[in-house]
Design a protein around this ligand. Structure first.
Ligand code: NAD
Length: 459
C-alpha cells in the first residue's frame, strides 16, 4: 500500500489528460480483457479449481463464457452508449435543443467477492472501462489463486496508468475506503457494505452495493410430471451446481405446500444422485467450500438438534477436503440460524405452507431478497408475485439465469443492495449523464424579462 496516495493522484492526472475518454482507448482495453480471458483460460480454470474446486464446465459457464459474452456486448454497444441522447423539451422552449451526454466519473473503486472471483471483478471493470474511467480493483483474498492471476497477469493486458489491481483482505479494503473516489462498486456482505457506505459519506461518494441475503424459491403444486421434473432439474443445478450454493442469487430456501412436499423431496433426491452421483465427493461436480471458516459456519448451521432432525437427505461433511454434500432439510425451526442467516452453501431448507398463496406473506415478512424464484403455471399467482413482492429480480420457472442477461439490471433492493449493473446498466452506473441545453440566439419571449407588471403576469 506504500505510495498509494501518489499512485491514485497519478491515475487522477491520467484521467484528466482525457486519454480514457477516447472511444479507441476504451475499445482497446475491452479487447485487452478479452485477450486476458483467452490467453489465460487454462490458468483461470486451474485457479478456480484450486480456490473453489469448481469443475471446468461450471467455471466456463459462470465465469469465462459469461465474461466473454459481456465484453463482446460492451464492444458492440460502446459507440451507441457513448453518443448523447436527444431529450424532448416542452413547446415553450422554442428554438432550443437538449441532450443527455454521458461522461466518465473519474477514478472508481471496485471491491469484489471470492465466489465468482473473475466475474465479480471483471464484470464491473467492463462497465468502468467502457464508461471511460480509471479504476482500482480489489479482489478478495479468500480466492488467492484467482486474486494472484488478477493482480499479476491481468495488468499486462491493460493500460496500467488507468487500471490497477490491489490484492488483499479487509485491512487493504479499509485503507482503500479512506481515499477519495468518484464511485465505489462493492460486492460482498451487508456487514461490510455498511462499512463501505459509511466511508463513502466523507467525500459524498456514490456507491453501488451488491449484497446478498436469503433468496426464496416458491414451488407451486405442479400437476404434470414433465413440469415437476423440469422444475426440480433447474432447482438442483442452480443450487448445488453453481459454486455449491455459494452464490448471492442461489436459492436459499424453498416454500412449498405441505401436500406437495414429499413428492418434491423424492424427485430432488433422485435428481441429486443423477447429477452428482451416489458419492458427490468423488464426481467433482460440486464445488468446495471456500475455506475452513466458512465450512465451520455451515457446519454450525446444522449443529442445532432440531435442525439436524429436519435433514431428509445428505448432511455429510468432509472437513479435510472442505466438502459438504448437497443437503435437504424439511421444516427446520424458523427461528434457527439456518432460517435467519444467508446460508451461502449446499444446504437447502424446504419450508411447508398450508397454501402456496401464504408464500407472499412469508416473503414479505423478511428483508427484500436479491432474487425471488417461483415455479408455477398459475397466472393469477404469477401476477400476485409480480405486484405484491419486492426483490432485485423475480424469475419464474428457473433460477440464477438472470445473472447472464446483459439487457437486465443486476442489483438488489433494501438489505440486498443499492444500485445496479451489467450490460448497458454498468456503463450508466459508471457515467454521469450531463444535461446539455442549446439555445438559439434568434428570438426570445419579451415577457420573460423584467420589469414585471400585471399584464405580463396575466399572460
Ligand atoms: P465480505 O463482505 O466479507 O467481503 C467482500 C469484499 O470486501 C472482499 O474483497 C473483502 O476483502 C472486502 N472487505 C472485507 N472487510 C472489509 C472492510 N472492513 N473494509 C473494506 N473491504 C473489506 O463478503 P464475502 O465473504 O466476500 O462475500 C459473501 C457475501 O457477498 C454474501 O453475503 C453474498 O451474498 C454477497 N455477494 C453478493 C453478490 C452480488 O452480486 N450481489 C455476489 C457475490 C457475493
Amino acid at each position: 500500500m506504500e505510495g498509494l496516495e501518489s499512485d491514485l493522484e497519478d491515475m487522477r492526472q491520467y484521467f484528466r489528460s482525457g486519454k480514457t475518454k477516447d472511444a479507441a482507448w476504451r475499445q482497446s482495453q475491452l479487447k485487452g480483457l478479452l485477450l486476458f480471458m483467452k490467453e489465460n483460460e487454462k490458468d483461470i480454470f486451474k485457479a478456480l479449481k484450486e480456490d473453489l474446486g469448481k469443475h471446468h464446465a461450471e467455471a466456463y459457464r459462470d465465469e469465462i463464457g459469461t465474461l466473454r459474452k459481456s465484453i463482446n456486448f460492451a464492444l458492440q454497444g460502446l459507440k451507441e452508449w457513448m453518443s448523447g441522447k436527444a431529450a424532448k423539451l416542452p413547446k415553450i422552449a422554442l428554438l432550443t435543443s437538449a441532450e443527455l451526454v454521458p461522461e466518465p466519473l473519474g477514478l472508481v473503486l471496485v471491491i469484489s467477492s471470492w465466489n465468482f472471483p473473475f466475474g465479480l471483478s471483471l464484470e464491473p471493470l467492463i462497465g468502468a472501462i467502457a464508461a471511460g474511467n480509471t479504476t482500482v480493483l480489489k479482489p478478495s483474498d479468500l480466492a488467492p489463486a484467482c486474486a494472484s492471476l488478477l493482480a499479476n497477469v491481468l495488468p499486462t493486458y491493460l493500460d496500467n496508468k488507468a487500471v490497477k489491481v490491489i490484492p488483499g483482505g479487509g485491512a487493504v479494503g479499509e485503507h482503500l475506503l479512506q481515499q477519495k473516489w468518484d464511485k465505489i462498486l462493492f460486492t460482498g456482505s451487508a456487514r461490510v457494505g455498511r462499512i463501505v457506505m459509511s466511508a463513502a459519506v466523507k467525500h459524498l461518494t456514490p456507491v453501488v452495493l451488491e449484497l446478498g441475503g436469503k433468496c426464496p424459491a416458491v414451488v407451486d403444486c405442479l400437476s404434470s410430471s414433465w413440469d415437476k421434473q423440469v422444475a426440480v432439474n433447474r432447482i438442483i443445478v442452480s443450487k448445488f451446481g453453481a459454486c455449491a450454493g455459494q452464490a448471492c442469487i442461489a436459492i436459499d430456501y424453498i416454500l412449498v405446500e405441505r401436500r406437495f412436499a414429499s413428492t418434491l423431496v423424492d424427485l430432488m433426491k433422485v435428481m441429486i444422485k443423477k447429477m452428482f452421483g451416489e458419492n458427490p465427493r468423488e464426481t467433482n461436480s460440486v464445488a468446495r467450500i471456500v475455506n475452513r471458516q466458512h465450512f465451520l459456519r455451515l457446519k454450525n448451521l446444522l449443529s442445532d438438534s432440531a435442525v439436524r432432525n429436519s435433514i431428509v437427505y445428505g448432511g455429510s461433511m468432509d472437513e479435510k477436503n472442505l466438502f459438504i454434500e448437497p443437503t435437504i432439510l424439511v421444516d427446520p425451526p424458523l427461528d434457527a440460524a439456518i432460517m435467519a442467516e444467508e446460508i451461502f452453501g449446499p444446504l437447502l431448507p424446504i419450508i411447508t405452507l398450508d397454501k402456496i398463496e401464504d408464500s407472499v406473506t412469508f416473503i414479505n415478512s423478511r428483508p427484500k431478497p436479491l432474487a425471488i424464484y417461483a415455479f408455477t403455471k398459475n397466472e393469477k399467482f404469477r401476477r400476485r408475485m409480480v405486484s405484491e413482492t419486492s426483490s432485485g429480480s423475480l424469475v419464474f420457472n428457473d433460477a440464477v439465469i438472470q445473472y447472464a442477461a446483459d439487457t437486465l439490471p443486476f442489483g438488489g433492493i433494501g438489505e440486498s443492495g443499492v444500485g445496479k449493473y451489467h450490460g448497458k446498466f454498468s456503463f450508466e452506473t459508471f457515467s454521469h449523464y450531463k444535461a446539455v441545453v442549446r439555445r438559439s440566439f434568434l428570438t426570445d419571449f419579451w415577457f420573460r424579462f423584467p420589469p414585471w407588471n400585471d399584464y405580463k403576469l396575466s399572460l
